[in-house]
Design a protein. Structure first.
Length: 158
């Protein structure tokens, strides 16, 4: 398993190093990203890593739609696997942006798959030529702000 993870990380870094750089104002931008997530106490216990990708579809100078899919790695173990596909609508102000959207958590374990309830996702960040820095918050849709998860990511564009 360690060899597989090392190979995947090495492959991602090679792609990032050799890919042509994108411009944040292109009609469509693709980002590979990584980060961390914690609950509202900010204790980072348990530590949850994040690896994923998103596409920014720029609708003029102000709006962008961002479909995304992230893999949440609970304590850096791959059983179970948490996948959170989602879509966000963001408002851009120069290089900064903020927005909200929906995400659907899916848990894949040894022989089972569970689908959770929709989560609201709020985000804000900075989007420049080939880098995207984002802070975000997940909260349950049914009981908004009753329990929150916070995270941060750094993405590299293509």
């Amino acid at each position: 398993m360690k060899k597989l993870i090392f190979f995947l990380l090495l492959s991602v870094f090679m792609i990032l190093a050799t890919a042509p750089k994108s411009s944040a104002d292109n009609p469509v931008n693709f980002y590979l990203r990584g980060g961390v997530i914690t609950e509202s106490s900010f204790s980072f216990n348990p530590l949850i890593g994040l690896a994923g990708a998103n596409i920014d579809i720029n609708l003029g100078e102000v709006l962008m739609i961002s479909p995304e899919c992230d893999l949440l790695i609970y304590q850096f173990k791959f059983n179970p696997v948490f996948i959170t596909p989602g879509v966000l609508l963001n408002v851009r102000a120069s290089v900064a942006y903020f927005g909200a959207g929906l995400s659907l958590p899916i848990i894949i374990g040894s022989g089972y798959t569970l689908e959770g309830d929709f989560l609201l996702k709020f985000n804000a960040g900075f989007k420049a030529d080939f880098i995207k820095i984002q802070a975000f918050m997940f909260t349950p849709m049914e009981n908004a702000f009753s329990y929150n998860w916070f995270g941060a990511t750094v993405g590299f564009g293509f």
